[in-house]
Design a protein around this ligand. Sequence first.
Ligand SMILES: [Zn+2]
Length: 752
Amino acid sequence: MVIMASNKLTRAGVRALLRRIVPWASETNTAKGGHNRNYKGVRGRIGIVGGARDYSGAPYFASISAMRLGADLAYVICSASASQSIKGYSPDLIVMPILDCPDDEEFETEMSCLLDRLHALVIGPGLGRESHLQTRVKKLIIKAKELSLPLVLDADSLILINEDPSIVRSYPKALLTPNRIELQRMLCSLYKSEHFDLRTMSTEDVKKLVQRCSHDMNVCILAKGSVDIVSCGDIENHLVIEETLGSSRRCGGQGDILSGLAGVYLHWIEMANGESLEKIANPTALAACLAAITTRQCNEIAYKDFGSGMLASDMISKLDTAISSLLSSDDSKHTESHVLNNPTKARYVGSLTQDEICRYSRQMIMSEFGPERQLNLKQSSAIIVGAGGLGCPSAIYLGAGGIGRLGIVDDDKVEISNLHRQVLHSVKKTGMLKTESIKEAILDINPNVKVDTFPVRMNRENAVRLIEDYDIVIDATDNLLSRYMISDACVVAKKPLISGAALKTDGQLTVYNFDNETPCFRCLFPEPPLASAVGSCSENGVLGVLPGVIGVLQAMEAIKIGAGIRPAYAGKMLLYDGQIGLFRQITLSKRKADCQACGQTSKLSRDLIDYEQFLGSKDCEKLTRDNNVLDPSERVSVEQYRDILESGEAHVLVDVRPSIQSEVSRFAHALQIPLSELMQEKAKSLNSIKGQLESNNANHIYVVCRKGIASQRGVRIIQELFAAQQPKVMVKDIAGGMTAWAQQIDTSYSCL
Ligand SMILES: [Zn+2]
């Protein structure tokens, strides 16, 4: 692929060379993701001079490529007008807006301070042709030569060379990187009496001209084009990088990427040169060669993914893959082997697959995230308790974003009334286990995720055991009993807990138990609220989009924790008021030393506690299943109530649903007394029921609600109201409520 007249630089040669010089590659058993911190400051501080006026793209591409390859720091020396946008592209770059500062002396002072710290200087991307900037840059080149600093001269800085080749002549650490047009200009100015038209020349002839030019100036040239040609002055030592690597499409910014990479490689080769590289060849030519090959490899991989719409940023996103594939060996001892000409089989030196690299590229290219964090995320796991309104959005974003393993706990099945908010389920999944439905949805979007399903109800017996196998716990339940239990289990198992809540149009989010400072749920709520408040969950509704908002935020926090970024809401609580559209954040107090769960004197163990006793009330979800508050003799089924209606038996029906529910649809003969009113306004309630009994000439009362939960409480309250009354009344509730009526008796009836 790469031919050197005296030394053949084969594919294996490139690999061996890279392994020698790439700082993180020489560390055996160090994954690419594990950039060794010991190298800080050694991997290179690269200066990029360019970006006059608003030419911000070129210097950005050059500098971010240098960083992506592994340089420690990139300094962009640019004009004030370009600096804002470059800084905006990436906060990782050090942007020095001094290129066009009015005072020459100030520029020189700043630059001479900087040059002392730099390992290589890349001059030219987006530089422009303004003569006074060109003069500044000329002085800079001379200064850099005095310091023996490696130099890449690209784009408009080559104009200086055309005007005065002596500034780089015989400087062994200079690399000129003209494209074909710039090469033509260079040839024309160097050999004024001759005529050149590179477009009509054969590659062989262009190659000879590059050699001649390089020889006459005694400087290394990398002539970019469909065929990259490297020559270092010595006729015997020229390199041609053939067109077989890289796609047929070069993209805008590709030259800038190459110049940034060349700067880093010049430094790395210089570092390694102290050993025995000098025996191989001209180090500047080798750096040029590696920069050209790496750029071509990026181009090839990006072209496969993005096609002809490929952008410079797409190429940069493939830099890690490109390097990994160039470094990968086809020796059998390396399991991550691959074939060069088939980059779709490439593997990270770490363990992201080609599919994962492609899939997550848009977040991996972010400097705030990057491949290391993606790999962290892949190696982490989360368990979501509750596969409903909060669980669905959390699960899908965690799965899509690349968590390695996801557990889902829920024993419910999909119902139509879930679908307005539990958006991973669907009509055709009605009756399916929610855990299975979510698993199916995740695997549809990302088959790389391992999904564990637990179609059980979390309880004190299984809570700790379920969560201790995961790194992150997400509470996506909707009741207080679960909140206490999950929080306690997280304290015992020492797991961070991302807790979300969504009620009506209000949402809450916090991360409990993240570290020794952040509180647990019981630090904030040591005592449970009154039983009457606990039992009211069936009366509350929720706007379908609200759990979506909160669930997605839970996923955001979980992804950060999994990736190794501190969550925003550890020790803070987000309060969202969807009605007025306000997000507020409050700081929570720190852990309480005397907390019954996480405090020093806590007796909490793996067995947890009896939460029903602790709350003094039955979890209303459990009530739904057990329905054991009333004796069976105090209840009638919906069939029995139908018979009562048909028989004309005198009675009073009390509908205890909140008015918002009964207003949608109700029995015309029912007396509307919401449970809350029944509890608070006893005298008034008693009077209206008594009045109705009298006018109906009845002493039978039936109580109905949505599902037969509130109605049981209603029966008890009404029994108390009438306890001292004569004559005695009979009070029963309708088991299953209006929901059962709609399902079993009158399917044309619809209720909330
Ligand atoms: Zn606590």
